[in-house]
Design a protein around this ligand. Structure first.
Ligand code: IFM
Length: 445
């Protein structure tokens, strides 16, 4: 006899644990940037800025990677890495406008030789936030001359190092660079000017396009195998502070487009897409061979006006509710949200270009948290790849503890711990767990 109550049977199929195998040629490794690890980069805008503006920490000798790269790469090889991303310091290559330092070029040639001799693919970034002082004093990336000057430096580097490099990244996180330096003024040159910020984005776009063409032309002239040239795009999940507020949702949406997609779309679709904000003309021809994604966290955003930059919204003033936030943060209070990486890899698949996770990492003093972080983000990648995302590699940020810009040396991102007094390196357990995944090429979930 029935009870009179309709019973609903929910067919919940438990997800069967399964194993994902990464492709044989998957790039596994870590990333660094010149200013954050090399030490003694005294001829650029950040060094000058530090003398008066930083929170107290100065980069100084950083991790002394300039002198210790051989030792550091030996450790990376021991950890199973088959790729390494690093950046070239423009102010070392061109210390004065138009003057080239062959010793510095030769240094980077030995960095590349060292990687290759250890079976690691060099992935070379040409601009990672710092610019030479001589350029900074002419207005940096706001100067109309900047794109051509950047392209000239890139051409020099490509000519000298190109025979051994296949992957180039012209710019690291152009949106972050413009935002921090020109919109909120936290980084050099400390401007708070939307007009200048837009000019910088314009010039970075043009700088990339000119550099891309110079690299490609150089390889044709030299008869070298055609390289892959891309950028590193910072991507952040933006969630509305309140799902019930249309204005918050609009702010989150706008931020998403502006920070995550605009730069790449401008390069892929050309100038016309940029709804008249930009006054430069980008070619419709291909200027991007792959996209690097730097993914760390999720931000909560609320409405803060309809003008610019108000339309970008701001961080929530009230606490975000528990059901929205995972409740897990790194030591910089960035939320840990691995699902976001899956989301972005699928989202960026629409551009039909190979995707490289060119940065993903955690600042923490709890190394077990780093192990979890890496595993969870690799699962997110595996998941996205199962659904067709064309991911070619994963580079943890960072190989070494390093100088975290205005936060100094306190945040610890490294797979390898650095004692800044003695410069002693110690491999962290998390690096060993990452090594196990690399060596097996498999992940169970
Ligand atoms: O340290 C930075 C790096 O320079 C650029 N991407 C984000 C990292 C962590 O903040």
């Amino acid at each position: 006899m029935g009870t009179g109550c309709a019973s609903i049977h929910l067919a919940i199929t438990p997800k069967t644990p399964h194993e994902f195998t990464f492709p044989k040629n998957f790039l596994w490794g870590a990333a660094t940037s010149a200013y954050q690890v090399e030490g003694n980069n005294a001829n650029n805008d950040w060094w000058e800025w530090e003398q008066t503006h930083s929170s107290g920490a100065r980069s100084g000798m950083a991790a002394d990677h300039w002198n210790r790269f051989e030792e550091d790469f030996t450790l990376a090889k021991e950890l199973g890495h088959n790729a390494h991303r690093f950046s070239i310091e423009w102010s070392r290559i061109e210390p004065q406008e138009g003057q080239w330092d062959i010793v510095a070029l030769e240094h980077y040639a030995s960095v590349i030789r060292s990687l290759r001799s250890k079976g690691m693919e060099p992935i070379v970034t040409l601009h990672h936030f710092t610019i030479p002082l001589w350029l900074a004093h002419q207005g940096g990336w706001t100067s109309q001359k900047a794109p051509a000057l950047f392209a000239r430096y890139v051409e020099k580097v490509a000519e000298y190092l190109g025979s051994d490099v296949f992957f180039w990244m012209t710019l690291n996180e152009p949106g972050v660079y413009a935002y921090k330096g020109y919109l909120v003024g936290e980084w050099p040159p400390g401007e708070k000017s939307p007009e200048q910020g837009i000019k910088v984005i314009d010039n970075l776009l043009l700088g990339h396009v000119l550099a891309y063409k110079k690299i490609k032309a150089m390889y044709v002239r030299k008869g070298w195998k055609e390289p892959m040239v891309g950028i590193s795009q910072s991507v952040l999940i933006f969630r509305a502070c309140s799902d019930y507020s249309l204005r918050d949702r609009v702010a989150a949406r706008f931020r998403h487009w502006m920070f995550n997609h605009l730069f790449v779309q401008a390069l892929i679709r050309g100038h016309a897409y940029c709804v008249g904000v930009f006054n430069i003309h980008l070619p419709q021809t291909k200027t991007l061979d792959f996209i690097g994604l730097n993914y760390y966290t999720r931000d909560f955003v609320q409405h803060s006006g309809f003008g610019f930059p108000g339309i970008l919204g701001q961080a929530c003033t009230a606490t975000v509710t528990q059901d929205q936030h995972t409740g897990k943060d790194n030591s910089l209070s960035w939320e840990i949200y691995p699902k976001g990486l899956d989301t972005f890899l699928k989202d960026f698949s629409r551009y039909k270009l190979p995707l490289l996770v060119s940065e993903n990492g955690i600042a923490t003093n709890d190394d077990a948290q780093r192990t979890d972080f890496i595993r969870e983000h690799l699962k997110a990648i595996a998941h996205a790849m199962e659904e067709g995302a064309p991911v070619i590699g994963y580079l943890y940020w960072s190989l070494l503890d390093n100088y975290e810009w205005s936060q100094g040396f306190v945040p610890r991102f490294g797979l390898i711990e650095v004692n800044y007094t003695t410069q002693k390196r110690t491999i962290r357990e998390s690096a060993r767990r990452y090594e196990e995944i690399i060596r097996s090429g498999k992940l169970r979930f």
